[in-house]
Design a protein around this ligand. Structure first.
Ligand SMILES: Cc1cc2nc3c(=O)[nH]c(=O)nc-3n(C[C@H](O)[C@H](O)[C@H](O)COP(=O)(O)O)c2cc1C
Length: 389
């Protein structure tokens, strides 16, 4: 069968601490809205197991709100406490029984939260570093030192829950403009205390405290992934790191605090991050850390999740696999996350391995919708803050 040359290395195992993944393919966290009263649906177990059977080496569960009243305002978001715990235990158990590996993603919306919506604690205040969601746009209030201590404790409790139900680790959601990302970004963290301000090192202090506290609680072996991005749901052109050295400073500090792997979230994996080089964000990250790096963004899918004026078209799905292999072989990344293509076809990884490209069931955005949820709802932040994507 004609098709792109796929690097055999993508199908080689990788050991991170005591976890050996069978290959380099990861299912990234994707909210599906399969929930009731913020408790995930047990059907998610079959959904994830189908991806394990289809060859996916590592599953990262969808963003799960930590146990703090300010964590989420979304009615369709899942949590990782209360009635959600036995369901997550069922899901993780099913994934492990199928021979898979799973991290759970821990999430706090920060200033992206809508107060008074149908989330778990609708009347709780919305808390974030400085009550800013984006370049001077206010939403909610700045967290006090006591609030931050309580939020940190909630991250630790969630990580311990993930550990106790048999997950291989957690991913801290430090991307896309949510709480931990808001700490890192100069637009959303203008605090005058030790957790913020103009200096990147100060803005990193709360994220570093969270990583250290989680590491101390879960012990040395449990995996901690840190997801980060330049882009935010409210601003696709945002940049936390103006220079590669700022990226390096951040990753080095997080690594020293206890992070085992980095998940560099981009919307298109092949877009250069800085002028003068074709390296994407994951490529730069790999150059400045010894930890494994996951790359992501429009692998095997031709679908504009957001139609942003001036952005180039997606690569052809098969061409994207050739480009991915080229970048893997030159050491740009360690693992690759495949999101929407795996929604389209649970057997995507095995079909790519076997060169059965014609047999791949192609993703299209109509596959996302359910009776009470769709992508528009998940991305409600955009409309909410008057961003016209
Ligand atoms: C339906 C949907 C839900 C998503 N939910 C999350 C989420 O819960 N946490 C997160 O970090 N990213 C989330 N993302 C982003 C994905 O993890 C991934 O980065 C993105 O889809 C790009 O990968 P792809 O081009 O392979 O789909 C979501 C994406 C989609 C399409």
């Amino acid at each position: 069968m004609n098709g792109p040359q796929i690097s055999p290395g993508l199908f080689e195992p990788l050991t991170i601490k005591s976890v050996t993944l069978p290959n380099r393919f990861v299912m990234p966290p994707m909210q599906r809205g399969w929930s009731k009263d913020n408790v995930p649906d047990r059907a998610l177990a079959d959904y994830y197991v189908a991806r394990v059977r289809g060859g996916t080496g590592l599953i990262i569960g969808e963003s799960s709100a930590i146990d703090h009243p300010s964590a989420t305002g979304q009615s369709a978001a899942v949590t990782l406490h209360g009635d959600a715990v036995p369901v997550w235990a069922h899901i993780v158990g099913a994934v492990k029984a199928a021979g898979g590996h799973m991290l759970l993603q821990l999430w706090h919306e920060g200033a992206m939260r809508t107060r008074g919506s149908n989330g778990p604690a609708p009347h709780a205040p919305t808390l974030s570093p400085s009550g800013l969601v984006w370049a001077g746009r206010r939403n909610g209030e700045a967290a006090t030192a006591d609030d931050l201590d309580a939020i940190l404790d909630a991250y630790v409790r969630a990580a311990l829950t993930a550990w106790s139900i048999g997950a291989d680790g957690v991913e801290l959601h430090g991307a896309h403009g949510f709480l931990l990302d808001q700490f890192c970004w100069h637009e959303t963290n203008v605090r005058a205390d030790e957790h913020g301000g103009e200096v990147l090192e100060a803005r990193l202090q709360f994220p570093l405290r969270v990583v250290r506290a989680v590491r101390e609680a879960v012990g040395p072996d449990f995996l901690i992934s840190w997801r980060f991005s330049q882009w935010k749901e409210v601003d696709f052109g945002a940049r936390i790191f103006d220079t590669p050295s700022q990226l390096q400073e951040t990753l080095c500090a997080l690594r020293a605090a206890g992070v085992d792997l980095f998940h560099a979230s981009t919307r298109r994996f092949y877009m250069p991050e800085w002028p003068g080089s074709d390296l994407g964000l994951a490529g730069w990250a790999s150059a400045c850390t010894d930890a494994p790096v996951i790359r992501v963004g429009s692998v095997g899918v031709k679908d504009k999740m957001f139609d942003v004026p001036g952005e180039p078209d997606e690569l052809d799905p098969l061409a994207s696999l050739g480009e991915l292999s080229r970048r893997f072989d030159r050491g740009d990344f360690t693992l690759v996350a495949v999101g929407r293509a795996l929604i389209g076809d649970p057997d995507w990884v095995n079909k790519v391995r076997d060169g059965r490209f014609d047999a791949i069931r192609r993703y299209d955005s109509s596959m996302l919708g359910t009776a009470d949820w769709d992508l528009a709802l998940a991305m409600e932040g955009l409309g909410r803050f008057g961003i016209g994507h």
